[in-house]
Structure formats: structure tokens, C-alpha cells
Design a protein. Sequence first.
Length: 350
Amino acid sequence: MRSRGSCFMLIASIVILSVIHDGRCQDFGYDGEKGPSHWGEQYNSCTGKHQSPININSLDVKKVNLPPLIFDGFDVPPQQTNLTNNGHTVAVTMKSDHIPTISGGPLNGTYQYSQLHFHWGDNDTFGSEDMIDNHIFPMELHVVFFKQDYRNAKTALEHSDGLTVLAFFYEVSERANPRYEEFVTLLGNITSAHKSTTFTNPPSLKDLIAHDTLHYYTYDGSLTTPPCSEVVTWIDFKEPILLSHSQIEAFRALDDEEGHPLTHNFRPIQPLGDRVVLYNTDEIVKDVDLGQPEEPPSEVEQNAIDEPKKERTSGRKNGKDSGAMASMGVSWLVLATAAMAMVFSSYGRD
Ligand SMILES: [Zn+2]
């Protein structure tokens, strides 16, 4: 993985961090006059219709077989990894000759690692942002990527497909997670806001996330902090990461800019509105929704609709067929036969 000709050094810079989650540039909080219910006064997008986080109702998702997610560079330990208390969260930036990227799944194009950070609460009964079936987890990890076409996280905010965030939930375990040991120890060096520290043994991204990356929910949403830009393809993995109570407790020992305990840094859930949450599974999805979509499906839905068809009919995985078939909400035998003919003829074209 490291042998790709000349390596170039790329720093996931503090400039990028200033766009997302930097207290010095953004005046917001989680309580009182700076709290989430007031964000919309300064940031219009925070009152938008496709905001995050949301509650995901697992009985109301659309099961799909998306193409595999492609994780590149996730197993490469960076040369240097920094941990920063920015007053709102703990953010991890890295210096590496192989910056991780992600593509595939619901994504169109390649997304490059920007930073990762966490959301947590005062105790183990809450702290996550998204919820699954009204279940709140004690902590949530957000691994933020920007679309490479847009060059950096800041300019990516100007595009509706600018960012993707891989979200992982945490659950409390009896045993400490050895892969988080140095991480948790280092939190003790950055209890004050705007302090940074460096890993002795930088973990790879793979060390910090869950094993099962096949089962996930995905939907279109927003940043969960101002400016709340609606530019995020959320990918919420089903399998939680396990940490002991005291490992999670270490995050609660941090202070914010005013020297108060940094807890409760999660935004309340937002309305789902007209959005459809997809659930990626390895079960073969048989029903391709013979309902009557009034509007053309979104890009994410369209991929979801197209892919299972290709799997079943031709085994192809990466084609870009139009949605002609999917939008025919017809169950009559005669029309179904005609529709099948259309599918086969469309394969001949690309
Ligand atoms: Zn976040």
C-alpha cells in the first residue's frame, strides 16, 4: 500500500478543522443562548429540511444491496497523529503519506479523510447524535471525509455531495478496549480547551472503527454543528465499538473554553421529513419497490434501486443505468415482461 511511487506528504490541516468544530471561529454551544435552538438565528441552514441527527426507525428503512464500500489506506498507521481539544470535541488529525479515502457504497466519487471527532454525554445513558429505534448510545464517532473533486473540506461545503461522514456508535463493555488505550491516556494531556498532544504509536483508522462495515444505514443530511450545511452523505454502521465505562468517562474529564466540563456535545434529533433511510444488507433484497414514486428517486435511492437488479440479472456491479426500470411501478404481467426486455436492451448500450 505504501509503494505508490513517490509519496507525498499531506497534512490534514488545522484550517480544515476550523470549518468544522472549532470554537475560535464559531460561536455556538449546547446550552442556553448559544444552544442548538438558537443556531438558526445565525446560520440559516440549521433550520433546513434535511438536517442531522435523526432517529432511524429500523422498521421504516429501505433494504438495499449497495456496491461494496472501498476503504483505502485505513490500515496504514500515519507518521503523526494529533489529538486536539477544540473546546467542542476531541478532534484527530494526521500527517501521512497515504491519506485514507473511501468510495463505493452510496457514494459517487472518492472522498478523502479530513478529521475525526466524537460526541458524548454526561453519563452512559446518552451522548450519541443519531439514534436507532429511539436508542441513544453513550458516544458516537464521526470520521469526516470530503469529496476529492472539491479539493478541501471548506470548498466541499458548497456542494450537496461535498462530505461523507462515517458514524460509529459506542456501547459500554465490561472490558477495556486495548486499541483505545493510548487514546484514552492522551486525553489526560488535553483537558483544557485548545490543547493538543501527539500519539507515540499512531493508530490506523482501522484500529479505531468497528469490524463489520457491511451493515449500515445511509441517508442525506447535514453537519450537526453550525453552519449545519446540508452536504453530508451519512453512513451509520450498525455494529458498535466497545469501550469500558472508564474509557468513555475519560472524555467527560475534558473542559470547554470556559473551563466547564465538556459534556453534552450532541445536537438533538431533527425531523426526517421526506427522506428515505437506506439499510445495506447482504440478504438478497427481492422486492425492488413496486410502489409509485411521485418524484424521480434521489441519486442515493437510484443507486440502491439499480444495483440489486444488476446483481440478479447480469452479475454486473458498477454500471450506471438510468432509472427507467425502477420508475415503472407496474405489477401487470404483460408490462413486467416488456420491462424485462428493456433491462436487457439497456445492458447492450454500456
Ligand atoms: Zn460530529
